[in-house]
Design a protein around this ligand. Structure first.
Ligand code: SAM
Length: 277
């Protein structure tokens, strides 16, 4: 069996500099775990998926942007777990190996010198432009054969895609809806993906609860990730949710989003991530 040698995402010097910077901005760098676990034994759809994909890898590192109560990251079986969230809702206590950065993703990535993660899960602010920025940053922090996962790419109804979140919920309520679901306009990331060169592979995993997107570089060459112009990004930003999805009677997802069952996606991603010699 081939075992991967993983570079630690932080040299001690980078860690120290990041800490100093965060302190100087009066932000707290917490290392803590919940007093009592908020996690049920089985974790979440994403933690189960990542754990299965990475099953044959002895050592790997995982970054999650937007951790909320930590339900996913706590159940991830990576050697190195890093959490980034301006308002993580763990209870304060010294950590069991999750390095938590209490700051925005922008701040974290700006100060990250040479992070290398094998999985990056983007689940922060559900605005297309922010998610796209997170993604561009993630392409610089991912290891060669690493995989980026993105949450909330398929809205449940037209209200779910409205930003900001408050307006989405108000509009739905006015229309008689009760759900609190909010995906923002992250779906536009998938429209951008269709513009990527062929060495990038993307897809939409049809999880039961919430579909997610994945992206990897087939040849491990993340440096070829294009620098899209502001005009190109603005063009996509104008796309209306109704022109992409059919919400009646069910949410219909375009085939162009490359649809995968979780099992198909797991096989594809496992063989990709294990293709390191
Ligand atoms: C849907 S929750 C994340 C859930 C978590 N990934 C899980 O699986 O349990 C979204 C989180 O994103 C965080 N967030 C909002 N804006 C952010 C930003 N700019 N950078 C990083 N995280 C952000 C929020 O504080 C919130 O905790």
């Amino acid at each position: 069996m081939i075992h991967r040698v993983i570079r630690s995402p932080f040299t001690s010097e980078v860690n120290l500099r990041l800490r100093r910077l965060i302190d100087s901005f009066n932000l707290n760098l917490h290392r803590f775990v919940p007093l009592k676990s908020t996690l049920n034994a089985e974790g979440t759809e994403v933690s189960r998926f990542v754990n299965t994909v990475a099953n044959n890898i002895r050592q790997y590192s995982y970054l999650e942007v937007g951790v909320h109560r930590g339900k996913t990251i706590e159940a991830i079986r990576a050697n190195n777990r890093v959490a980034v969230d301006p308002k993580p809702l763990y209870l304060r206590r010294p950590s069991q190996g999750i390095s938590t950065f209490k700051c925005t993703s922008d701040f974290y990535f700006e100060n990250l010198q040479d992070g290398l993660f094998d999985f990056i899960y983007l689940d922060g602010l559900h605005h297309f432009r922010q998610t796209w920025k997170d993604l561009e940053n993630a392409t610089r922090a991912i290891s060669e054969f690493g995989v980026i996962l993105i949450d909330d790419v398929i809205p449940v109804d037209r209200f779910s895609a409205v930003i900001p979140q408050r307006s989405a919920l108000t509009l739905r309520k006015k229309a008689g809806g009760k759900s609190g679901a909010w995906h923002g306009d992250v779906f536009k990331v998938l429209l951008m993906f269709s513009k990527l060169p062929d060495n990038f592979c993307f897809g939409t995993i049809l999880f039961k609860q919430n579909p997610r997107a994945f992206l990897f570089a087939r040849d491990g060459n993340w440096c070829t990730f294009p620098n899209f112009s502001l005009e190109e990004i603005s063009e996509i930003d104008k796309v209306r949710v109704e022109s992409v999805f059919g919400f009646n009677p069910e949410r219909l997802i375009p085939r162009e989003f490359n649809l995968f069952t979780p099992t198909e996606a797991q096989l594809l991603l496992s063989s990709h991530i294990n293709a390191v010699s």
